[in-house]
Design a protein around this ligand. Structure first.
Ligand code: F6P
Length: 533
């Protein structure tokens, strides 16, 4: 463990008794422990990070070489060392840039594919490209993980901007997902997009086969209503998809970072290429900020440092992402893949064991729904759960402004309640006002104590637009990068998902009864016997 990590832990131990409220004795705290970029405000003042902790955290980032590695990433260096790949999802949203990989400027091809996607989306939206029964009314994106979560999340987030065909997202190999989605759709006016970087993922290919059979029942030429997004043009061709409807990308775009390119095609069809470009511009805006702002005023760096403080320094194993924005209801799921698939690792880039915990468990739900479900534990449970609130200044429903105000009030109330808590004396006073006395007052009061001093951050933005969403997603992507660099891990591989896939393939013939369960453990044997029925 580096001396900087040790210094931070010592500082944490020495200041553990200082509460967040104590820190607000400094009238300048809110602005000193906040960062503004454009119209965005990130407030991390309701944490126990004090001036010295922040200084040590900034030293940690500098000492880990975040700036050098950031510049190497943007320049196309192969920072994904375990797969020998560059990491260039940023190139997908900086279309005017020039980026060289293996001696070749990759941008002309990126721009050409972007233009092809835009033309395809326009042709569909404007009725020049139709299904065999008329204009396309529905688009079904079949993909999983990074080929699903990004566009599915963004489609919900940008509902006020969706004026194209309806989009549906099928990911689970559970036949229920595709059956429920296709029920009620007309195959003659539906476009299927098979989205898979590798075009081998079993869930996606199985669902694609199901969709093809469904379409073949009514449509003379099902292939004509299929499109594909993939890096594997040989496999899309073998699947019979017309190359004119195949949108490729390179292996330097990781699955969970891919929504900026053709994987975002369904979103582009839904909101139109111009708004999709606004989304890209939001991401590019954060790229520029990340590359140039000093670390003390750099949003992704600060977000990462707060994360490191809570997880590796304070030992809080999870963090809750709580958007007070119903349309961001899938953001926690999206961030689960982005953060946990990227930083859920215990081996450092050099092959050694990490001397501290890997990235945290990320979870959450939109407010105010979560308040009526799991906030009880956040307020009074024994574990501290750092909360990350997101909230817009303005909604999209001017005639429901009073509801937005209530939403904002709830968001602010939660971070205040988490910080302030309620002491036993305050709880006793409340019980006394209710007329209780003696042992019963004491007993009831104890249930009404809130420990307080529970940390939270708030990311506030003007309104959830394509541009703002692009900013938010790029912000979290770079946060993951900075945390990964500080931990010394490769945030861009995902070997941890492979073993389960291999074992599932081996179990398939056993479940079909074609192979014996020999060699399996007793539990697996028993479950196979039960589930085969
Ligand atoms: O299961 C892991 C994973 O490889 C993810 O990283 C990826 O986003 C997902 O599967 C889907 O992969 P593909 O786009 O190749 O179908």
């Amino acid at each position: 463990m580096t001396t900087r990590f040790q210094a931070l832990r010592q500082h944490r131990a020495a200041t553990a008794a200082t509460t967040i409220l104590d820190l607000f004795a400094d009238p300048g705290r809110a602005s000193a422990f906040s960062c503004r970029h454009g119209e965005m405000l990130f407030d991390f003042s309701k944490t126990q990070i004090d001036a010295q902790a922040l200084d040590l955290l900034l030293q940690l980032a500098n000492g880990a070489g975040v700036a050098e590695k950031r510049d190497a990433m943007f320049a196309g260096a192969k920072i994904n060392e375990t797969e020998g790949r560059a990491v260039l999802h940023t190139a997908l949203r900086n279309l005017s840039a020039s980026v060289v990989v293996d001696g070749r400027d990759v941008m002309p091809e990126v721009r050409a594919t972007h233009a092809r996607c835009a033309a395809f989306a326009r042709d569909l939206r404007e009725g020049r490209l139709t299904g065999q029964g008329g204009a396309i009314t529905d688009v079904v994106n079949i993909g999983i993980g990074g080929s699903d979560l990004g566009p599915a999340m963004a489609y919900l987030a940008l509902a006020p901007f969706a004026d194209g065909p309806r989009c549906h997202f099928v990911s689970n190999v559970d036949g229920a997902h595709i059956a429920d989605t296709l029920r009620g759709l007309n195959p003659e006016t539906t476009l299927i997009i098979v989205a898979s970087k590798t075009f081998t993922t079993i869930e996606t290919m199985t669902n694609a086969d199901t969709a093809r059979r469904w379409m073949a029942e009514k449509v003379a030429n099902p292939a004509a209503q299929f499109a594909a997004v993939s890096t594997a043009s040989d496999k899309t061709a073998a699947y019979g998809i017309d190359p004119a409807r195949v949108f490729g990308f390179e292996d330097w775009v990781g699955g969970r970072y891919s929504m900026w390119g053709p994987i975002g095609l369904a979103l582009m069809i839904a909101i139109g290429p111009d708004r999709f470009d606004d989304f890209l511009a939001g991401g590019a805006d954060i790229d520029g900020h990340f590359r140039t702002a000093p670390f003390a005023q750099n949003l992704p760096v600060l977000l990462a440092l707060v994360g490191i403080w809570h997880n590796q320094i304070c030992g809080h194993a999870t963090r809750a992402v709580l958007p007070y924005d119903q349309r961001l209801s899938r953001l926690p799921a999206y961030l689960q893949q982005l953060e946990m698939e990227s930083n859920g690792k215990t081996v450092a880039m050099d092959g050694t064991e990490l001397p501290y915990d890997s990235g945290p468990v990320v979870w959450g739900e939109p407010g105010t729904n979560g308040q009526h479900a799991f906030y009880q534990l956040i307020h009074q449970g024994s574990r501290v759960i750092p909360c990350e609130f997101l909230v817009a200044r303005q909604g999209h429903e001017p005639d429901l402004a009073h509801q937005h105000l209530l939403l904002v009030a709830n968001c602010l109330a939660q971070s205040e309640a988490l910080m302030r808590g309620r002491s036993l004396d305050e709880a006793r006073a409340i019980m006394a006002r209710k007329g209780l006395t003696g042992a019963e007052l004491e007993r009831q009061a104890r249930h009404r104590v809130f420990p307080g001093n529970r940390p939270s951050t708030t990311l506030a933005y003007p309104q959830l637009t394509p541009f703002t969403l692009g900013q938010i997603i790029a912000l979290y992507e770079h946060r993951v990068f900075v945390e990964g660099v500080i931990l010394g891990i490769n945030s861009y591989d995902q070997w941890g998902v492979e073993l389960g896939k291999e074992l599932a393939l081996a179990l398939q013939p056993i479940l079909e009864g074609k192979q014996p369960t020999k060699g399996k453990d007793g539990s697996t044997e028993q479950l196979v016997a039960y589930l085969r029925g």
